[in-house]
Write a protein that binds this ligand. Structure first.
Ligand SMILES: [Ca+2]
Length: 476
């Protein structure tokens, strides 16, 4: 892979110019341990021309076409990756596939939108001819991007699940050739098989190498904004992990979703008790919507008038040392897929919220929340106010997970869905300059880092969403 990547070494700059439907990346990527590898974000600019598979010490990456615009975990027909982990037909389930006619020994199958539910993902090991063993999704640390509908996807599969499933030791589990195909299969069994992909995997890292990453300090000449879906008010009954996480992030403004039935006084007190006594916290809440905005700076709630029953949007002016910043916490309707009624509802909600934001008449705007972007990308574009990030009122930040080369904001290890990017942070570009953007998943970080930041290994598992962070400073 490094030989392959050397060909595109020129791309290894701090800022990627992503021209995919995701839009141009507008925040710097954090320094990475490797000079370059795949960033699982739905942009393909780091992929050498013609490459469909790559591998590094930790993961196998596959460029997976769907053939039409769709959500990979809500698509039909089923799309499956059949992996010959050691490129050896003596192991796994043998199959002679047209049009290649080569005989494979498929060891691992990753199915998207599997039958009969046609949603989520399923992973199976084939340790022998007639054995098919389901593997928990979390064990394979698999994910894909984008989460919203696209024509092709970046998929990654961890190389760290070796052993335990009777899978071959050569190839993916240690080093050497890995091959496979992508199989599209209808419910009646009709299958279309891709060309074979083959990659030479470098030596696998001995054990999961958690990143020695430190949370970038809050900017002195700017503001740190956090968006956090806290899972049905979990901080009330389980304050410790949320307190540690928010303390480590040191936010100026927190945009909260799913914290129901709490008033501004109680919420400010929760922050004083659990995050920092140093500040007099201020809050605005919409308790029936589960939304809140909390800041160390004074907060003035803005009235919202809209025509849409059940719209979840809360706006406030935050009186920062740099002037008044409009802060907006949003939670769009959940579920569905591209074009579904839920997706159409999200578009309508995004239109209404964009109008709310426009009427706030502030130049400095930060907005964020759980957009539930499991259908089309349109709600995001509409919320920002335009298809092009060049001309829209708001831009979104690319919140790479700290210490990882991927963007996800939601994961639930016991769910049928793989991790996804549901949450976004937006900012008004003419007035605010993005400095840093990241997401915090404590599971990705090393013991020494966690100790340094006074975090516990499983703190970010207190919610199914992880906090996303954006640092901005006023442009002068
Ligand atoms: Ca990418």
């Amino acid at each position: 892979v490094y030989v392959l990547l050397a060909l595109v070494g020129g791309v290894a700059l701090a800022t990627y110019g992503c021209q995919s439907p995701l839009g141009r990346r507008n925040t710097e990527l954090p320094n990475k341990k490797q000079a370059i590898s795949v960033v699982v974000d739905g942009c393909f600019d780091e992929w050498p021309k013609g490459a469909t598979a790559m591998a590094d010490e930790d993961y196998l990456y596959l460029r997976t076409p769907a053939g039409h615009e769709t959500n990979l975990q809500k698509t039909r027909p089923t799309i499956a990756i059949w992996l010959d982990m050691d490129d050896d037909d003596d192991t796994g389930r043998t199959d002679r596939l047209q049009p290649t006619s080569k005989t494979y020994g498929f060891d691992l199958e990753v199915e998207f939108s599997p039958h009969p539910s046609r949603k989520g993902a399923a992973i199976y090991a084939n340790p022998g001819e007639d054995r098919r063993v389901p593997i928990a999704l979390a064990a394979v640390d698999a994910m894909h991007a984008p989460t919203f509908a696209a024509e092709e996807f970046e998929v990654r599969i961890s190389r760290q699940f070796a052993g335990g499933f009777g899978l071959p030791l050569k190839g993916l589990n240690t080093n050497g050739a890995v091959s496979g195909v992508i199989v599209t299969r209808t419910r009646t069994g009709d299958a279309t098989v891709s060309k074979t992909f083959r990659v030479s995997a470098p030596c696998r890292r001995e054990s999961l190498d958690r990143a020695e990453k430190f949370i970038p300090p809050r900017p002195r000449d700017g503001l740190r904004v956090v968006s956090y879906n806290v899972l049905y008010g979990s901080p009330v009954g389980d304050p410790a992990p949320f307190g540690r996480i928010l303390r480590s992030l040191d936010p100026d403004i927190v945009l909260i979703q799913e914290w129901f039935e709490i008033d501004a006084v109680k919420l400010a007190r929760w922050f004083k008790t659990n995050v920092s006594e140093k500040f007099d916290w201020h809050a605005a809440t919409a308790p029936n919507m589960g939304l809140a905005i909390v800041s160390r700076h004074a907060v003035g709630q803005r009235p919202i008038t809209n025509e849409i029953p059940g719209l979840r949007c809360l706006a406030a002016d935050v009186h920062t040392p740099f002037g008044d910043v409009a802060a907006v916490s949003v939670h769009l309707a959940c579920c569905g897929s591209a074009g579904s009624k839920e997706d159409q509802r999200r578009v309508v909600e995004a239109e209404a919220i964009h109008e709310v934001i426009r009427r706030l008449e502030r130049s400095m705007i930060v907005a964020g929340g759980d957009l539930n972007l499991v259908g089309s990308r349109k709600p995001l574009e509409v919320l920002c106010g335009g298809h092009s990030q060049e001309t829209s009122l708001l831009k979104w930040a690319d919140t790479l997970v700290l210490g990882d080369s991927a963007i996800y904001t939601w994961r639930s290890p016991t769910d049928i869905f793989l991790p996804g990017r549901l949450d976004y942070l937006l900012f008004s570009d003419p007035a605010l300059e993005p400095i840093n953007a990241f997401a915090l998943d404590t599971l990705r970080l090393s013991r020494s880092f966690l100790d340094e930041a006074s975090l516990m290994r499983d703190d970010s598992e207190a919610s199914d969403h992880i906090p996303i962070v954006l640092d901005v400073r006023p442009r002068r």
